[in-house]
Design a binder for this molecule. Structure first.
Ligand code: PEP
Ligand code: MN
Length: 345
C-alpha cells in the first residue's frame, strides 16, 4: 500500500502519520520526492484499510494498493517518481537515474596485477569514465580457470581508487567476502549467476552499500525485480539493475542476446536506475560499440564496458574486451549519441 501525502505537509505531521501507522508486522518507508512525499507500507496491512489510513490525517491525499509482487521496487511505491542512486566516490558524488547524466563504468573482467589495474584506471579516467570495474573473485564455469586474485586484487583496487579518484565496482560471490569487498567497493556487484542467491541478497541488502544487481542469464524481468526486492526489503534502497544479455539459442555468433527492450519495460514497472552491459551481452568486442550506442538511444542510465590493456592476453573475457584506445573512441561516439537523444553527459 502507498500513502500519498499532500504537498506542503510539515515534517512533524509526516512523523505523526508514520507513528500512527506503526505496527509490529508492518514497515513504513517514507520517500521524499522532488514534489511529493510518499509513505510506503510493506508487510501485514490487514489491520488497516484505506479509509482508516485516510482518517489518520487530513494531509493524506490518497491511499493506493500495489498490485505487483515487487512492492518497494515498483514504480507505484514512489508514486511514479524515478529514484536516483547517489554514490560517493573519492572525488565526487555520482548519481545514477533517469534524470541524471549518463554514468560510464569500465574496466577489465578480472583485476590481473597492480600495474595492470592502475594503468588501465588512469586511461579510463582520461577517457571520462566515472567508475572502474574489475573482478577480485570471479565466477568461472571451470574450476581450472583463473578464479581472481581475491584479497590482493581488492588491495590493488583500493590503490587504483586512491590514485585516480574513480569509484570502484566489484563483484561479491560469497557472503564471507562481503566485509572486505565493502571496504573497497563504492558499489557492490551481484553477478548474473548469483541473482537468485537469496541469502546473499539479504546480506548484501543489510550491508547498506549501493548494489549493482545483474540480471540472471535466464531470469524473467519479474524474477529480477523480485531479487531487487530482497535487497530493498533488507533496508537498502540503493539498487541499480544491470541487463547483461540473456541466454537464447544462438551460441555460435553471439554470447547472449542483448535485451535492450528491458529499458522501456522497466521504466513502466520500477523506479530503480538501469545499467546496460553490452560486453557480456555480445561476448565479442566488435559488437560492443553499436550495442552501447543503441543502449544510450534506448535511454539507459549507465553503461558497463569491459576494457583490457591487452585483450588477447586477458585471463578472462578477452574476446569481448575493448582496448583503452577503442574505449576512448567509443566514449566520443557515446557523447554524440547522448547529445542526440537529449541525455546529459
Ligand atoms: C562480470 O561482470 O565480469 C561478470 C561475471 O558478469 P555477469 O555476472 O553478468 O556474467
Ligand atoms: Mn567479465
Amino acid at each position: 500500500m502507498i500513502i500519498v501525502i499532500k504537498p506542503g505537509t510539515s515534517p512533524q505531521e509526516i512523523d505523526r502519520i508514520n507513528q500512527e501507522l506503526s505496527r509490529p508486522n508492518l514497515k513504513t518507508e517514507t520517500s521524499l520526492g522532488k514534489h511529493k512525499v510518499v509513505i510506503g507500507l510493506v508487510g501485514d496491512t490487514n489491520e488497516l484499510n484505506p479509509e482508516q489510513i485516510q482518517a489518520i490525517s487530513p494531509c493524506v491525499e490518497n491511499v493506493l494498493q500495489i498490485k505487483q509482487p515487487f512492492k518497494r521496487a515498483s514504480l507505484e511505491f514512489r508514486h511514479g517518481e524515478y529514484s536516483e542512486v547517489v554514490v560517493s566516490t573519492p572525488n565526487s558524488e555520482v548519481a545514477f537515474g533517469k534524470n541524471a547524466p549518463l554514468v560510464n563504468v569500465a574496466g577489465p573482467c578480472s583485476v590481473e596485477s597492480e600495474q595492470m589495474i592502475l594503468d588501465t584506471a588512469f586511461q579510463l579516467k582520461a577517457a571520462g569514465a566515472q567508475f572502474l570495474r574489475g573482478g577480485a573473485y570471479k565466477p568461472r564455469t571451470s574450476p581450472y580457470d583463473f578464479q581472481g586474485h581475491a584479497e590482493l586484487a581488492l588491495e590493488w583496487l583500493a590503490t587504483a581508487r586512491q590514485e585516480t579518484g574513480l569509484g570502484i565496482i566489484t563483484e561479491v560471490m560469497d557472503a564471507a567476502e562481503l566485509n572486505a569487498i565493502a571496504e573497497v567497493a563504492d558499489v557492490i556487484q551481484v553477478g548474473a549467476r548469483n541473482m537468485q542467491n537469496f541469502s546473499l541478497l539479504k546480506k548484501v541488502g543489510a550491508k547498506g552499500k549501493p548494489v549493482l544487481l545483474k540480471r540472471g542469464m535466464s531470469a524473467t524481468i519479474q524474477e529480477w525485480l523480485m531479487a531487487a526486492e530482497y535487497i530493498l526489503a533488507a533496508g537498502n534502497p540503493n539498487v541499480i539493475l544491470c541487463e547483461r544479455g540473456i541466454r537464447t539459442f544462438d551460441k555460435q555468433y553471439t554470447r547472449n542476446t542483448f535485451d535492450i527492450s528491458v529499458i522501456p519495460v522497466l521504466r513502466e514497472l520500477t523506479h530503480l536506475p538501469i545499467m546496460l552491459d553490452p560486453s557480456h551481452a555480445t561476448g565479442k568486442s566488435q559488437y560492443v560499440a553499436s550495442m552501447a550506442l543503441a543502449a544510450i538511444a534506448a535511454g539507459t542510465d549507465s553503461l558497463m564496458i569491459e576494457v583490457h590493456p591487452n585483450p588477447a592476453k586477458a585471463l578472462s573475457d578477452g574476446p569481448q574486451s575493448l582496448t583503452p584506445e577503442q574505449f576512448y573512441l567509443l566514449m566520443e561516439e557515446m557523447k554524440v549519441m547522448a547529445m542526440a537523444v537529449g541525455r546529459s553527459w
